[in-house]
Design a protein around this ligand. Sequence first.
Ligand code: FNR
Length: 387
Amino acid sequence: MTPSKALSIADLAQAARRRLPPGIYGYVHGGSEDQLSLDANRAAFRRWRFRTHPLVDVSRRSMAIELFGAAYDAPVGIAPMGVAGLCAFDGDLALARAAAAARQPAVLSAASTIPLERVMREAPGTWYQAYLPAATEVIGPLLARLQAAAVPVLVVTVDVQIASARENELRNGFSIPLRLTPRLVAGGLARPRWLAATFARTLLRQGMPHFENFTATRGGPIVSAAKGDHRAGRAAMTWDTIAWMRERWPGRLVIKGILRPQDARRAHALGCDGIVVSNHGGRQLDGAVAPLDALPAIAAAVPRDFAVLLDGGIRRGTDVLKALALGARCVFVGRPAMYGLAAGGQAGAARALELLRREIDVDLALLGCPDVKLLNTDYLIREDSLP
Ligand code: FNR
């Protein structure tokens, strides 16, 4: 199926499954251990039902938002995802470009295979996600590099203290950095189109995919720094590291991976500009609470001008409306954009965003809400509170 024929994110997921070697599809699609959080992320949306407001003029509808001084055409961004280059040639760039063309936010992953300077040149306004060790001598040069590249928003991911157990990746022979295991090679040979259009092209142009953005800081490769010195590694990062960064980073600072009101308040108190309520798409601690379930208490705990963002499990326009009604300013999608990317490169990622925008537009009309900024809990009722 070409992306333009896809009618839903589920269609794009199917197309991605047919296009990608099983090991790579598993890396994108899967979660950790028993996938409890992955399932919970979707189930959380199903527990909320809409209370429609009929007889409201919805002939003109708006889903535009403003975030960190930028105007966006829709309250949906692309979440940071590592090694997007395995799903399509120059994948990290294609995701950023698709979002920029749609005037929607995108976050470049620290595990990008494309230098961040190139992404910032070709898709200005892209945000940057960092995986940081506690070692400030590594963070300092990275901040300087981000500032020089005009990164407006720095997102620090705090739920990957160490790698999680993702059994499907082990079974499929998938690892990062990529190694050509027999299973992965067999999977690649079974997907000749992917082999030619994505992998061979990448190998020819750039060599074996590796993480540009990790290695280019003066502190050396962050990944091996983390392995070599546990005190300086990512697992040693604390709120003190965030406070240190806040003093030195002049741009917007967002903490990704918050699930408790106390931590949201702490991020606000330290001068951060926002948080992403997230369990990493069910890919880290299995059993971590679904972001949508954590959202209402978090939104209630911080001032309204503090940006509460959310990701995890968004697959439909109705999911976006539910998250916004419960207090999120903007949501991010991970897998939906990656499915689109795998199915059709930048055009496929653009299709994923377009499908969600179309759904939001129809859903707003049927809900009786002319503007996403008006959404609140009065539009929702919890399924378990129904008579
Ligand atoms: C991710 N995620 C992620 N997060 C992050 O901060 N840095 C990263 O490099 C990655 N890499 C990554 C790769 C892939 C393939 C996926 C699917 C996810 C997590 C991502 O930013 C986001 O939190 C979740 O994907 C949101 O859940 P959904 O939308 O995929 O359900």
